[in-house]
Ligand binder design. Structure first.
Ligand code: NAD
Length: 476
């Protein structure tokens, strides 16, 4: 049994002052596997004070010193990859391959950021001025439960590269993952206060971070709804905010695409991470002339997807993270049926043979209109909507007709055509004939999917601000 009752403040694990206790359950069995005692506002104030003490020295640190810190973090997290993977499976039900990927990514993002930092021009000449990129100040890093390890490490890497100390608030719904990552980060032996980690409620610890005058910048990943609260809460102290928010990605299959090669990738994009992914491609746009064939292929592929024990390498879809997630997905499946979509695969309830665990049936709807709830709202579970279109312009119109714009996918046998379509899509990222991300490139959303970018150079710049120094002739 896990018992998590400490926060990481000023370089040490210390007992939290908060007293609220939550039970941690394994979503595959619904059995309790531990408890977490949440930090409170007072703990947050201590963490913010510690980060502020560390900030001046970190801001003065050299490029070489920061690269050294990132390398040490990379090695420390790499050494704990297995533990992070196990926490991801046990607490969250992430399938083995995905959990392994997330754990590997947690260490890799320090390496990618170190690479970006190596060549970065902190100083440049513009006209008669010297422009210096300076750290923005102490940062609050607020992460969701569905990508806990990666989100924490990627934000921390960017903050350190820029010279910003931080207070990290992982989701209270992902305590094992946060604990495994924090133990790894501690092993890197960074100066006390450079990063502090505490698990607490958003309305309490999160709000303290969002409103404190001791925090200059918030880097938030989570739902659009919470992102708006944070942006509003931060305005009085004029916080800089980066918001990585919800998505409702479109997968455009052009009429020249090879369906047999494309549809398995499209299903993978829809159901990755048990469908609990901001980048899940949940609207599958198919030319009407190919719809009948596509439905038959998708039906067969969905039926072949193995739902079950996330530790089994053959499992494609594990349990959802919680009963709340299970209930949410059931609600949207009922909505789809009520609004007249046609069920192609899956449906309400648990898959046959499952009596316990938050397992749902991977579900595909056809004859979905883009104004139905299942096409407009982020469901955050394995529910895919197939939408028919006539020509390329109509497909682009449907894809862009969404409040969200995080990541889109285009499949075609004509690379030039696919790139032309990609250029017309309103999304932060467009992946062409692939579903694997490029981690050196910026990641973030347009419209209600967010503000600002993460990863690599752009992720680091989100923690920097330009200062202009222009001197009279003869001085500089
Ligand atoms: P959430 O918005 O409920 O919570 C995210 C974090 O915000 C948690 O740590 C939570 O405790 C905190 N929080 C809640 N209320 C707060 C407040 N008032 N002030 C400060 N902090 C507060 O999101 P979630 O359910 O944990 O994550 C799922 C959502 O995140 C989905 O919408 C998904 O699309 C999105 N997401 C986006 C990305 C991306 O990169 N764009 C990546 C992963 C997840």
């Amino acid at each position: 049994m896990w018992n998590i009752d400490q926060a990481y403040i000023d370089g040490a694990f210390v007992p939290v002052q908060g007293s609220e206790r939550l039970e941690i359950c394994n979503p595959a069995t619904e059995r309790a596997i531990g408890t977490v005692t949440l930090a409170n506002r007072e703990d947050a104030k201590r963490a913010i004070a510690a980060a502020n003490r560390a900030q001046p020295a970190l801001a003065r640190s050299t490029r070489a010193q920061r690269i050294d810190m990132l390398r040490r973090l990379e090695a420390a997290v790499l050494a704990r990859t297995d533990r992070i993977r196990e926490a991801t499976i046990e607490e969250y039900g992430g399938p083995l391959a995905r959990s392994q990927w997330v754990s590997n990514y947690a260490s890799q993002c320090f390496a990618t950021t170190a690479q970006a930092l190596r060549d970065y021009a902190f100083e440049r000449r513009l006209g008669e001025a010297t422009v210096v990129m300076e750290p923005v100040g102490v940062a609050g890093l607020i992460a969701p439960w569905n990508a806990a390890a990666g989100s924490i490490c990627s934000k921390l890497a960017s903050a350190i590269a820029a010279g910003c100390a931080s207070v990290v608030k992982p989701s209270e719904l992902g305590p094992l993952q946060a604990q495994a990552v924090t133990e790894a980060l501690h092993d890197a032996g960074l100066p006390p206060g450079v990063f502090n980690v505490l698990l607490g409620r958003g309305s309490d610890v999160g709000d303290e971070i969002a409103t404190s005058a001791g925090i200059a910048k918030i880097s938030f990943t989570g739902s659009t709804q919470t992102g708006k609260l944070i942006a509003r809460a931060g305005v009085d102290t004029m916080k800089r905010v980066s918001l990585a928010l919800s998505g409702k990605s479109a997968t455009l299959v052009l009429d020249d695409a090879d369906l047999a090669a494309t549809l398995p990738l499209a299903l993978n994009a829809a159901f990755m991470n048990n469908g609990q992914a901001c980048v899940a491609g949940t609207r599958l746009l198919i030319p009407r002339v190919h719809m009948k064939a596509a439905i038959e292929q998708v039906r067969a592929a969905a039926a072949a997807l193995r739902v079950g024990d996330p530790r089994d390498p053959a499992t494609a879809v594990g349990p959802l993270a919680s009963q709340a997630q299970f209930d949410r997905v059931q609600h949207f499946i009922r909505r789809g049926l009520a609004q007249g979509a046609t069920l192609v695969a899956g449906g309400e309830g648990r898959p046959d043979g499952f009596e316990r665990g938050w397992f749902v049936r991977p579900t595909v709807f056809a004859e979905v209109r883009n104004d139905m709830d299942i096409a407009r709202e982020e469901i955050f579970g394995p529910v895919l909507s197939m939408i028919g279109y006539g020509d390329e312009d109509e497909a682009i119109g449907i894809a862009n007709d969404s409040p969200y714009g995080l990541q889109a996918y285009v499949f075609s046998s004509d690379a030039q055509r696919a790139l032309r379509v990609a250029s017309r899509l309103r999304a932060g990222t467009v992946l062409v004939n692939r579903i694997a991300p490029e981690l050196a490139a910026p990641f973030g959303g347009v419209k209600q999917s967010g503000v600002g970018r993460e990863f690599g150079v752009f992720g680091m710049e989100a923690f920097l601000e330009p200062k202009t120094i222009a001197a009279a002739d003869g001085i500089a």
